[in-house]
Write a protein that binds this ligand. Structure first.
Ligand SMILES: O=C(O)[C@H](O)[C@@H](O)[C@H](O)[C@H](O)COP(=O)(O)O
Length: 249
């Protein structure tokens, strides 16, 4: 397992700017190495701030956006276009402003697709498998996967003490989510942990305890954020308020 590293920024705005700059560089590096890049987005307030910050960066124009695959780590199971969907937020704040290839934007199915969330999860797993390079792999390569962190330590829609924690398939439906809306779909921990780099982004004093516990090695069943690792890098990106409960081990 890779050791996690931590970067702390003065406030939420600087955090979002710094994550946006890192993201642009990460995508440029991936494209330099393999001609294309992939990113896994998340939902929530800090993600929205990062999305807005990317579009304001002049260096974002250096990315060949037509060769970037966009995936989601989780989705709120709501109809297409619902303002609470992570997809809707990401499109409005980021994707609509970039010259992306629509075929490389991979939203999780919406609630108006006419299927139950379990089938929606299976469909997303099939889409991921189709994008995988090798015929046997379940998942494509993820250059960077970003996660927000809940006050209870959840990441994506993997919640503490929830059955989704034990799911070994790459994508799962989630019912009874403690954070609204109650029905969601999510990448599971084993799928998240295939990403080359995993970035956990957290802002505000409300996150401090969960961040501190995760970095102190809490049980993932209790603090799911403690159970995520990138294959080459795990990076915690925090503002000062979210970093106040980190104690040296
Ligand atoms: O769909 C969602 O709600 C998320 O993907 C969720 O995991 C989110 O990232 C965290 O709850 C942090 O959200 P905030 O940044 O708004 O606190």
């Amino acid at each position: 397992m890779t050791e996690a590293s931590v970067a702390v920024h003065a406030d939420a705005d600087l955090l979002a700017q710094a994550v946006a700059a890192r993201l642009v560089v990460r995508l440029l590096d991936a494209q330099a190495a393999r001609g294309e890049a992939s990113v896994v987005l998340t939902g929530g307030r800090i993600a929205a701030a990062v999305h807005r910050a990317v579009t304001a960066l002049p260096a974002a124009a250096a990315v060949d956006w037509s060769r970037v695959d966009v995936w989601w780590g989780d989705e709120r199971f709501l109809p297409t276009g619902d303002p609470e969907r992570n997809e809707t937020q990401a499109r409005a704040a980021l994707l609509d402003a970039l010259p992306l290839d629509p075929a490389r934007i991979h939203p999780m199915p919406a609630a108006d697709a006419g299927v139950e969330p379990e089938e929606a999860a299976a469909r997303y797993a099939a889409e991921l498998a189709r994008a995988a390079r090798s015929g046997t792999a379940e998942l494509p390569h993820f250059d960077v996967l970003m996660l927000g962190v809940g006050e209870d330590g959840h990441i994506a829609s993997v919640f503490p003490e929830h059955p989704v924690q034990h799911e070994s398939r790459p994508v799962s439906a989630v019912r009874d989510s403690p954070k609204p809306p109650p029905i969601r779909t999510t990448l599971t921990l084993p799928a998240i942990n295939t990403a080359e780099e995993v970035w956990l982004v957290a802002s505000g004093a409300g996150k401090a305890e969960a961040v501190g516990m995760a970095l102190a090695g809490a049980e993932p069943a209790q603090i799911p954020a403690a159970g995520v690792r990138g294959t080459s890098r795990t990076l915690w990106l925090l503002d000062r308020a979210a970093a106040t409960s980190i104690h040296p081990r």
